[in-house]
Design a protein around this ligand. Structure first.
Ligand SMILES: C[S@@+](CC[C@H](N)C(=O)[O-])C[C@H]1O[C@@H](n2cnc3c(N)ncnc32)[C@H](O)[C@@H]1O
Length: 335
């Protein structure tokens, strides 16, 4: 079906493949830096090769992963009100669009009040960006897409040049903001602010602080899909950099660091071992129990969000919640 779409619909799709954070050189440098650091660390953007993107989509179906269902519930109920907060006509920018499944609620709300829509998704995973763009064009005949296969900051730089006379709504869904430490979140929000005009909006889907007993299962599910998502990073290093990680010797661990308000994902070495990364001519020693810290997922409260907004040229205008108050959807208005 996608092959057909490709031949029928390319005139409504422009795909910019910019210097990817996922290119081999950047990946090699980050692996060398991260695995020789103390403690060992890897940026979470490298989860999203083609299999990693599919595994994340599978995570969204897990009973433990309440985040996607909570966000969908909010969008299903409030998409018209959310869109009404920004004047028409509006274009839609999305950072880290992934499958763009939930984006459909907002696309449909926008197309109820304007006859055409320009959608500009950004994702480091070019395979999922192309797939989701073709699916959306198939569903919506009055949609035009300019897609950026790029790291957020590279794409935001390009988007600064792609100014529009329309209003802009920018989206950052799926608790993506939670991957950033505070200084990174501030830099990211400032970079988004630079592509917006006063009164444009940024919609942030953000997970709320809650007890560890509720949070941890969402990142350590019974089926082991999140563990596979985490360990796929080692598969990627093995494939792209000719390394010899033995997967059974690294376990997935998710812990809630209450002091810092974040879930941490780790890959923990089950024994003392050495891993060879041939493309880097590196040998990495691991002590038994030593971890590679692969992801943070920060949890927020509304005062924190309001402070982030006002520090970066926005005002927190409205927040919407799911019925169980687990998750928030926040409109930051460009001030
Ligand atoms: C947690 S998933 C969320 C996907 C989707 N927005 C959702 O809510 O289901 C994160 C998405 O952001 C993309 N991503 C992660 N880091 C990125 C980066 N540094 N630059 C661009 N895209 C990134 C991933 O490829 C993935 O599609």
């Amino acid at each position: 079906m996608l092959a057909d779409n490709r031949s029928v619909l390319p005139d409504r799709l422009t795909l910019h493949r910019l210097a990817l954070g996922g290119d081999t050189n950047a990946f090699a440098e980050d692996v060398a830096r991260g695995l020789t650091a103390q403690p060992k660390v890897m940026p979470p953007k490298y989860f999203y090769d083609e299999l990693g993107s599919r595994l994340f989509e599978a995570i969204c179906f897990l009973p433990e992963y309440y985040l996607t269902r909570a966000e969908s519930e909010i969008l299903r109920q409030h998409a018209d009100a959310i869109v009404a907060a920004i004047a028409a006509p509006t274009r839609l920018v999305e950072l880290g669009s992934g499958s763009a499944e939930k984006t459909r609620f907002l696309i449909e709300a926008l197309l109820r009040r304007q006859s055409t829509l320009h959608y500009l998704p950004v994702d480091i995973s070019d395979a999922s960006l192309e797939r989701s763009s073709l699916e959306l064009l198939h569903l919506y005949s009055n949609l035009r897409i300019t897609a950026y296969a790029a790291d957020y900051f590279t794409a935001l730089h390009a988007l600064r040049e792609a100014k529009s006379s329309e209003r802009t709504i920018a989206l950052f869904l799926g608790s993506n903001l939670g991957n950033f430490k505070t200084d990174e979140a501030l830099n990211f929000l400032r970079a988004v602010r630079q592509v917006l005009k006063v009164e444009d909006g940024l919609l942030l889907g953000v997970d709320l602080k809650k007890p560890a007993a509720l949070l941890v299962p969402a990142y350590d599910d019974a089926l082991g899909v999140t563990a596979a998502f985490n360990r796929n990073l080692l598969v990627r290093i093995n494939r792209e950099l000719r390394a010899d990680f033995q997967l059974e010797k690294f376990l997935h661990r998710a812990v809630y660091n209450e002091a810092l308000g974040r879930i941490e994902a780790h890959l923990v070495s089950v024994e003392t071992q050495r891993v060879r990364i041939n493309a880097l001519d590196l040998e990495i020693p691991f002590a038994a129990g030593e971890s590679i810290h692969t992801e943070n997922s920060y949890k927020f409260d509304l005062p924190q969000l309001a402070a982030l907004a006002s520090a970066t040229g926005f005002a927190l205008q409205t927040s919407w919640f799911d019925t169980e108050q687990r998750y928030s959807f926040n409109l930051f208005t460009a001030a």
